[in-house]
Design a binder for this molecule. Structure first.
Ligand code: GLU
Length: 283
């Protein structure tokens, strides 16, 4: 019998859950149940522009309708900004962060004019415009109230650790992390004092998650998370990146596909057992 796994399902309340979410939630819960572990739910609502309390309520309602049970209290990321701040302070204390004042337009312009523009898993890499700004210029811009993001200086971060780094993916075997492929990632956005990468990594550690399960669309992000774990001295969970459910058209479900939301299926009169089957989960 494998050791008791602590797993989590971590949706963003930016729309109704669809069949792909149902699959992901049931996948995580199954891993915990089969090992007599623990299943957690986490609300990833750092983006107030996209998240709505009504969708959070709908997440609880739809998941319990599906028959899932999770531990309470549920961690809601927007309640824990101080934890992300503490992680940023630590990285800043190590000299690994720098403020980036660039607008999206300026970055695009810079990339368009560069002779070569290296690409990472999330698109063209940040060209590093603000990396070497003089301290005075930084101070003046901050004092003038110019909005800024905080970026990780990837070269310095890699130099600060004893590499190479690895993680265990239960389906794919040992993986070697290549965070440099992402360039100087944003760890705190201009409008939000954290980012997906930072909040997820800090939370998985604080919540004691031992097995991170999530869709394979998020596999590339694990390269960055593994580096953050190392820099912040956090434990390393194991991973399973599951396949993504697709609809009859072969496309993966998205929040904009209203017809395949659990809400719509419930209103159509489907039963929880039927929806579990539609999500590809056997009884
Ligand atoms: N909140 C992310 C999402 O809804 C998932 C985060 C994760 O599992 O790492 O796509």
């Amino acid at each position: 019998m494998s050791t008791a796994a602590i797993t989590r399902f971590a949706p963003s309340p930016s729309g109704f859950l669809h069949l792909g979410h149902a699959f992901s939630a049931l996948f995580a819960e199954n891993e915990a149940r089969l090992t007599k572990g623990r299943f957690l739910l986490r609300i990833e609502d750092i983006d107030p522009g996209r998240c709505r309390p009504a969708f959070e309520g709908a997440i609880f309602d739809d998941l319990s309708w599906l028959g899932l049970e999770w531990e309470t209290p549920v961690r809601r990321q927007s309640d824990h900004m101080a934890d992300y701040r503490a992680a940023l302070d630590r990285l800043d204390g190590m000299g690994l962060l720098y403020p980036c004042f660039c607008t999206r337009k300026e970055i695009q312009h810079e990339i368009a004019h560069a002779g070569r523009a290296p690409h990472g898993p999330d698109g063209p890499l940040y060209p590093g415009t603000c990396r070497h700004l003089h301290a005075d210029v930084r101070q003046k811009s901050i004092a003038a109230g110019t909005p800024y993001a905080l970026r990780l200086d990837m070269a310095k971060a890699e130099a600060a650790i004893d590499g190479p780094l690895y993680w265990t993916d239960r389906d794919r075997g040992t993986q070697r992390a290549d965070p440099a492929a992402f360039g100087d990632v944003v760890l705190a956005r201009k409008d939000i004092p954290t980012s997906y990468h930072l909040a997820v990594t800090v939370d998985d550690a604080l919540q004691g998650v031992t097995l991170v399960t999530r869709g394979e669309d998020l596999l590339p992000a694990t390269h960055v998370h593994r580096l953050l774990q190392e820099l912040l001295g956090l434990p390393i969970p194991e991973y399973r990146h599951h396949h993504l459910l697709t609809g009859p058209d072969g496309k993966r479900f998205a929040k904009r596909d209203k017809a395949q939301t659990i809400r719509a299926l419930r209103e159509e009169g489907r039963t929880p057992a039927e929806v579990r089957r539609m999500a590809g989960v056997a009884e």
